[in-house]
Design a protein around this ligand. Sequence first.
Ligand code: BGC
Length: 730
Amino acid sequence: MKKVDETRIDDLLSQLTLEEKINMIHGVGLFQSGGVPRLGIPPLKMSDGPMGVRKDFANDSWINIGTTDDYVSYLPSNSAVASTWSRDLAYITGMVLGAEARGRGKDVILAPGINIKRSPLCGRNFEYISEDPRLVEELVVPLVKGIQEYDVAACVKHLAANNQETDRLEVDTFVDERTLREIYYPGFKAAIDKGESHSIMGAYNKLYGEYCSHSKTLLTKILRDEWGYDGAVISDWGAVHDTKEAAESDLDIEMSVTGNFDNYYMANPLLEAVRKGEIKEECIDKKIRNILRTMLRLNMLGEDRKNRARGTYNAPLHREAILECAEESIILLKNDDNRLPIHKDGLKTLAIIGQNGERLHSGGGGSAEIKALYEISPLLGMKMLLGGDVDVKYAKGYYVPSKEEKKINWQKDSLKKNNISKEEEERLIALRLEEEIKGRQEELLREAVTLAKENKEVILVVGLDHEHDVEGKDRKDMKLPYGQDKLINEVLAVNPDTIVVVIAGSPVEMGSWADRAKAIVWSYYAGMEGGRALAKVIFGDVNPSGKLAETFPKNHMDSPAHKLGEFGNYGKVTYNEGVYVGYRYFDSYDIDVEFPFGHGLSYTTFAYSNLTVTVDEACNDDIDVRVQATIKNTGTSYGAEVVQVYVSDKEASVQRPIHELKDFTKVYLKPGEEETVNIILNKNSFSFFDVESHSFVVEAGEFEIQIGSSSRDIRLKETISVPGTVPGTK
Ligand code: BGC
C-alpha cells in the first residue's frame, strides 16, 4: 500500500476531540461518514456500486431525490467484465467507474463485488466475477487499480464467504480453513496486496459465529495481522451488531440503513462507553489513523487537494470503453452449422421475439441499480445497426407482470377477503395472478409462433431480469421464468433455425431446448451499450470472444453447493463441498454440464501447437515453470482466443481437484496469424493450503500442465516434475 507521511496523521489525531473522532467512524448520512470542518477533514462520501455510480438519495432516508444530474454511464456488470477474461478491459472499466465516481464527487465507490459464485442461485451472482479464485484474483487487481487512478477508493466487497442472499444478515457460515484460503480469500488478498484497494467492506453474514463486519478472526487475525492491511474497513450497511465488539475490532467505519445516525453502535453508545471507561480511546484512535491514511492516499487533505484527480461522468470516451467491454463479454455458447453470424447483405426482414429484446435492466438489482444516461436494448441495437431498409418485426413472446400490477391485484383482493389469514390471502392472490398471467402468456405465445413461422430470420431474446438477479433473495431454481421454456420450444418447433439469445446474470436451465437450438448466444447485463454490442456480434461486425467465468450446470441440484453442501438455509450454512467449487467439482467427478467453465466459441477457429514446458531452477523457495504454446487463427476472420492454463497434481497427500486454472492470456489474431504465448507458473500454481503447517505447500512430484480453450477442451498437455517447497515458508 502507498506510504503516507504518518506524522500528518499524528498531528491531526492529536487535535481531535473524542466527539469529533466518534463522528468520523460512523455514518452521518446514508452514504457518508462524518468530517471535521475545523481541521479541514472532509466526510468520506460513498456510493454504490459495481455497474456505475448510483443515483443520489436524501441524506437520511432512501427517498429518491429525483435530481436530473445523477444520470451516469451504465457499465457492464462484473459477470460481464469477467467473461471478457481481459485484464486490460477490467482496468479500463475500473477507470471509467473511478472517473465517474470522482466526477460525481464521491470518495469511495462500493465496488467491485468479488464473492465467489458458489451456487448458481445466489441472487447477487450477476455482480460477482467468477466461481474460480484465480480468475477473481487476476481481474480484481486491474479493476481496483483502474478505479483508484482517479483518487477514489475502491471498496472491495463483501469480506467474506457472503455467498447467498437468503438470511444474509444473520446466516452463520461454516467453511473449513483450507477452503477459505484456497477459494474464498484469494480475491480479497490480491485486491489488497496487488490492487492496493484503499478500502474493504465487511460482509453481513457470520463466519464461525462472528459477524464478519467486526470479526476478530477475519479483520484482526487475517486482514490486519497476516495481510498487513492498513486501509479503511467499512461495514456493510447495517452489519454492525454490538458497540464493544465493533469498537474493539478492526472495523473503521460503521454504515447503516437508517437515519438515526447518533444511535448507531459506533456513535453515541460508543461515546458513552468511552466516557465511562468501558472502552479505551485508543481503539478509536486506531480507526481514525486508518481513515486519515486513506484520505491522504486519496489526496483529500490540506494542500494535496490541489493534486486530486477531478474525474468526470458521461464522457463519450467512457461509452466507447463500455461498448468494447460489452462486445468482448458476449459468449457464443453454440453455433452448429455456422448458423451465426447473420449476413446483413440482402436481409429484408427480421423477427425479434421475447421481452428481453426490449427490456432495460439498469434500474434494478438492488444496490447495483443505475440511473443510466441511456441503455440500448437488443431491439434498439439491431435496428440501429440494420438501418431503415430491413423490416424488423417484434413480438413480446412472454408476459412479465409489472410491479404496479402485482400491487394493484394485492390491494384489490385484500380488501375483499379480510376474513382469511394473510398467508391464505397471499396464496390466493398468487394463484389468481398466475392464472391471469397464463392467459396473457398464451396470447403472446400464439402471436410469437405465428411470427416465427412467417419469418426466415428469427432471434429469440429471452432470459432473466432483476426480479430474479437481485440483492436480498436467491432464486429457487435455475428455470427460466414467465413460461419462456415453452416459448422457446414452440418457436424452435416452427422455425428450427431460430437463434436463441439469453440475457441474464446467472445460469438458467436449457435442457428442454439447448440440443435443438442451432445457435445460443449469452449476454450478462452488459451495460448501456449492451444492445449495440449484441447486434454487432449477431451480424458479424464483432467476432465473439467471451468465455464463461462460471460453469453452466444442467440444473442447480447438480452443483456442489447443493449436492454436497448446504445453500439457502436460514441460521447456518455449511460448505461441505470444501474446495470442490464450480468446475473443480464438475470436472473432478465428471458431471455432465450444459456448458463448461471457460467455454465460448468464435466465428473463426484456433489451433494449438508446440507446447514446451521448462522447469527452471527454484530460488528463494519459489518455483519457476515456463510454459509456451503457439496459437494460430486457422479460420477466415479476425478473432480472439482465451488460452487457459490448468495444472493437475498427479498425486497429493490431500484430495485435490482434478485440475485448477492457474493462468490465462487472451490473444488477438488475424486469419492465418499465429502467436507464441508465454506463461510463467510459480509456487502458487502448484501449492495447496496445508492445515498442519498453516501454509501453502508444494509437494514434490509430477504435475500435468494443460493448455486449453475451456476446462473441458484441453488441447495440449505435458507432465513435469516439480520440486517441493518447505512447509511453513511464505
Ligand atoms: C449491500 C452492499 C451495498 C450497501 C450500500 C448493502 O445492502 O450489501 O453491497 O454497498 O448496501 O448500498
